[in-house]
Write a protein that binds this ligand. Sequence first.
Ligand code: SAM
Length: 329
Amino acid sequence: MIDPFGRKISYLRVSVTDRCDFRCVYCMAEDMTFLPKAELLSLEELDRLCSTFVRLGVRKLRLTGGEPLVRRNIMSLFRNLGRHLASGALEELTLTTNGSQLGRYAGELAGVGVKRVNVSIDTLDPAKFAAITRWGKLEAVLDGVFAAKAAGLEVKINAVALRGVNDEAFDQMLAWCGEHGFDLTIIEVMPMGEIGPQRVDQYLPVSLVRADLAKRWTLEDTDYRTGGPARYVTVRETGRRLGFITPLTHNFCESCNRVRVTCTGTLFMCLGQEDAADLRAPLRASADDALLEAAIAEAIARKPKGHDFIIDRRHTGPSVSRHMSVTGG
Ligand code: SAM
């Protein structure tokens, strides 16, 4: 799959549910309306959809959400998709999770061939963690992280930078990640979905976080890339990597290799644009995958050049109307 700008699409992210057991203040409004279950693709349909993408050239597959590990029987999907790892068709099967259920599933995930997991933690202060996630308990998440480590999974921690909320969290997080052998990525908040508070009040440019950390830590540039939007440095004091994802201060679309599918089978060719393609209708229209493949090809042919996220006092509304939980970050 090659898009109009010559970018090879080899990475698919699938949001397997829009539901989550947390309500992070920058991600969701407190009273979210979720999709009726009937709208969702079944786990068998998600498998068929993912397998079609793998056949078309996807080499990396990430399940996300919502919270992927709260979808009932989600491990059956992981188990089934594991066959593409075994056959060599897929290089990597992974997930982004809030960690709340990792304690239960880490061993099984490792068993089906998952090697890495991204866990979202914005602070190591339990009270602040509870305030940011509204419903989350840091202790359960840390148990999950250590269960993942014990199961042999490589753990990367993702933290969203929030002005006036976790500006001071990153020294402790860098030290903790160093101590336990985790990489850390710091992400700028993106203007997605109505969440109540003003985005401009949450927005903390990651360049400021980096400049501040550089006063106390030796951040050495590296050309390490994962094919994703993060730019990495190595922290000399810990030997671990620190990544920065800066959709607002640095546009990273030129190397974009990914597309996203929601739990209803809607394909978004860009996280920061509204254009989408319905894959559920062609998926359900026939047991043969020809219609589905044609719909995917047609959509890839209109993948846009990039997003135009803006957060400032003149642009207070969201750049895109859907919440991050729809497409899973
Ligand atoms: N529930 C899982 C988790 O917490 O990682 C997966 C879904 S969550 C939507 C994926 C990632 O998106 C998390 O790291 C979360 O912090 C991040 N995220 C959510 N809303 C965001 C926003 N508006 N801007 C930047 N990152 C956001």
